[in-house]
Design a protein around this ligand. Structure first.
Ligand code: DP6
Length: 359
């Protein structure tokens, strides 16, 4: 598949107005995407667990307008106009216009909300861009009903990627690979693909997100990705991601939790090591992030329970563990980790199945 294959030309505007509604989940990367080329092409392949409860719910209402060459939309966040979100969506429309030329034939009202607290430090760009892309594809399906389910999802992921790279992994569940990898059949830089051979041990895997610091990130992901250009360790890092993806592929297939823990924690620390060794350098972990990591290591050592952590581009800690150990590990989290969270806040999530059409 090449980018050109995603251009839709054969459509007829056969509808005056209507609306769709989708919910799209967030996802947490196991092998991290950090560094990209032009057009949202990742510098290395990544793999993630799709989440279940941390979601964006977006309604897209549309009404036919005269195509005057402009994008026309209103944006509501939790029912209220939200001007500061508009530039990001404008940019998304501009990037996808080539592939969805019908966008200028409609006025849109986008009404969006998250199931997780705003400014919780949980990136809403993945779930938000995915939910928007699903809605755009619902409109495209009206204009071009012959599109297959597979084409629908593939293009949704392709469009979501143009909004935010990690968003392309939020279309489907439960484990998604994004980025070309020689050993993963069908993998692509252009969209996410479902990774289907998952061992029982990883089904219903739990992710408890500890909200360590809910403040605005000091460095945006976009700036962070750029800092991988000319980074002294970039090439080794990109090669390592390919190796780790190959390892985690067989780990997920065979149910090898012990080695899962090693790769996942190493990936999280490598991501932050890249930030600490870029120019300019920065640290997104907070003292409590380290306290939590040390507590997890101590608890794992003492109990031999298979609990581990990963991090995204922030101070929050994702605590990952099998469903069958949920009772003991949640108890540990409540007794020993919640004290390090801002206002004691945490979110219990788990592996999910991807975006859902609500309307
Ligand atoms: C650390 O997808 O937010 O979460 O493509 O610039 O929108 P943009 O970046 P984004 O980067 C996510 C980076 C990460 C790792 C990951 O999710 O793989």
């Amino acid at each position: 598949m090449s980018e050109k294959d995603f251009i839709t030309n054969n459509y007829t505007i056969s509808i005056e107005k209507g609306s769709f509604e989708w919910s799209s989940p967030s996802n947490i990367a196991l092998v991290k995407y950090w560094g990209k080329k032009d057009n949202q092409i990742p510098a290395n392949p990544s793999i993630s667990f799709t989440l279940n409860h941390c979601k964006t719910i977006t309604k897209l209402a549309f009404a036919k307008k005269i195509n005057d060459g402009s994008f026309s939309f209103d944006l509501l966040f939790e029912g209220q106009p939200k001007e500061d979100f508009k530039p990001k969506i404008q940019k998304f429309f501009e990037r996808i216009f080539e592939y969805c030329p019908y966008l200028k034939d409609f006025h849109f009202t986008i009404d969006t909300q998250n199931t997780f607290p705003h400014s919780s430090g949980i990136a809403s760009s993945a779930s938000g861009m995915a939910a928007l892309a699903m809605n755009v594809m619902s409109l495209e399906r009206v204009l071009n009903p012959s599109i297959s389910e597979e084409q629908f999802n593939q293009k949704a992921s392709f469009l979501a990627r143009l909004g935010s790279g990690s968003a392309c992994r939020s279309v489907k569940g439960s484990v998604v690979v994004w980025g070309n990898h020689a050993e993963i059949v069908g993998s692509s830089d252009l969209f996410g693909v479902e990774f289907s051979s998952i061992h029982e041990n990883f089904k219903n895997y739990q992710d408890t997100i500890l909200l360590v610091d809910k403040g605005e990130k000091q460095v945006s992901s976009t700036v962070g990705h750029d800092l991988m250009f000319g980074h002294p360790f970039a090439e080794q890092r990109f090669a390592q991601a390919h190796e780790n993806l190959l390892k985690i592929k067989s780990i997920l297939e065979t149910g090898d939790i012990e080695n899962f823990i090693k790769i996942v924690e190493s990936e999280a620390l490598t991501l932050h090591a890249m930030m600490m060794t870029s120019m300019p350098y920065f640290i997104l972990m907070k003292p409590n992030t380290l306290e939590i990591i040390n507590k997890i290591w101590k608890f794992r050592n003492e109990t031999k329970l298979p609990v581990c952590f990963t991090l995204d581009a922030g101070a929050n800690v994702h605590v990952l563990y099998p469903n069958q150990n949920k009772a003991e590990i949640l108890q540990f989290i409540q007794d020993e980790l919640v004290g390090y969270c801002q206002n004691g806040q945490y979110i219990c999530d788990e592996i999910g199945q991807g975006s859902i059409a609500l309307k």
